[in-house]
Design a binder for this molecule. Structure first.
Ligand SMILES: Cc1cc2nc3c(=O)[nH]c(=O)nc-3n(C[C@H](O)[C@H](O)[C@H](O)COP(=O)(O)O)c2cc1C
Length: 301
């Protein structure tokens, strides 16, 4: 919905910059097609559905496509209260309402490409979500299709069935990171879903250090949420993250300029990283340590 080339543009830009790319269960490009475009390591973001057959089918497909890492999102087993979506009537695919028509009118090139692009598809969920039957709100998908009873036993079973790199996305506490390691996960993403789910949730940055501590060398710890600058990446890596993820940092340039926009975002980030590391006196990523950072003293009380 951001751009008519969708994940194809993002996969191509990621491949060019040698960075990892994640395909969502709700992606509009099939993971097989994304795989063909991007030769780099690929993560498959997975939601846990009530339909266990669908879960098994999706995992088998990902294996077949040669996905390197399975990533189960655990912070969205029900929809967040997205009031702006309710106000605008946001649904997938877009529904034409009064607010929507005026938005389309001020972005004619985008609107032209969107409508020229053929029927809206969710290829990861093909045969399970019938887009022909009309628009679906995100909250409807979360409520109707995802399983809110997802528990540690379900995850452990998935980890066994997958048999490779398995990462939990949306872990925000040391206790959950420890549990993830105990059931055989190989990574966690410290994330509050970009602040889109639980209002008042702490930020991923705030939780990163304690999760890194709890993980030790049993898990790779990644983080996302609010990463928009080279210095943000350096802070996360200094706190012990192996990598960071970005959402809106590439989505907005994608909307503005497609693949070229995502490439420019990655180019800027690389320059910032290199310049900032020089300015910090760090010659390698290995030199990024908590000692590089100054922590604000906790306010008593
Ligand atoms: C438009 C949009 C769609 C998203 N879709 C998914 C998704 O399908 N699965 C998922 O695990 N996270 C999804 N996320 C959350 C991101 O994976 C990520 O956690 C978040 O965007 C990080 O924050 P940032 O946007 O500040 O970088 C989405 C985020 C945005 C903005």
């Amino acid at each position: 919905m951001f751009h008519h080339d969708g994940e194809r543009a993002v996969a191509a830009a990621a491949a060019k910059y040698g960075t990892m790319f994640g395909v969502s269960s709700l992606g509009t490009t099939s993971l097989e097609e994304a795989r063909r475009i991007s030769s780099g390591p690929q993560v498959y973001q997975f939601y846990f559905h009530k339909d266990r057959g669908l879960n098994r089918e999706m995992m088998a497909r990902a294996k077949q496509a040669g996905v390197e890492a399975m990533m189960l999102t655990v912070d969205s087993i029900t929809g967040g209260n997205r009031e702006r979506d309710k106000r605008t009537g946001f649904a997938i695919p877009f529904r034409l309402n009064v607010a929507g028509v005026s938005q389309f009118a001020i972005k004619p090139a985008w609107a032209f490409n969107y409508f020229r692009g053929g029927p809206f598809r969710l290829p990861q969920l093909e045969n399970h979500v019938d887009m022909g039957r009309g628009a679906m709100s995100i909250s409807h998908y979360f409520t109707e299709m995802l399983d809110p009873s997802l528990d540690w036993d379900d995850v452990a079973a998935m980890v066994r069935e997958w048999g490779g790199q398995f990462c939990l996305k949306g872990v925000m506490s040391a206790a959950d990171a420890q549990r993830a390691a105990e059931i055989g996960c190989t990574g966690v993403v410290v994330s509050n879903h970009g602040g889109r789910q639980l209002d008042g949730s702490r930020s991923a940055f705030d939780q990163l250090a304690e999760v890194v501590d709890a993980a030790g060398d049993r898990l790779d710890v990644l983080m996302d949420g609010g990463v928009q600058r080279g210095t943000h990446v350096l802070k996360a890596l200094s706190l012990g993250a192996k990598a960071v993820g970005v959402g809106r940092y590439y989505l907005f340039p994608l909307a503005a300029a497609g693949q070229a926009g995502v490439e420019l975002a990655l180019e800027l980030m690389r320059h910032e990283l290199e310049r900032d590391m020089r300015l910090m006196g760090c010659a390698s990523i290995a030199q990024l340590r908590p000692g590089n950072l100054r922590f604000r003293a906790r306010t008593p009380g």
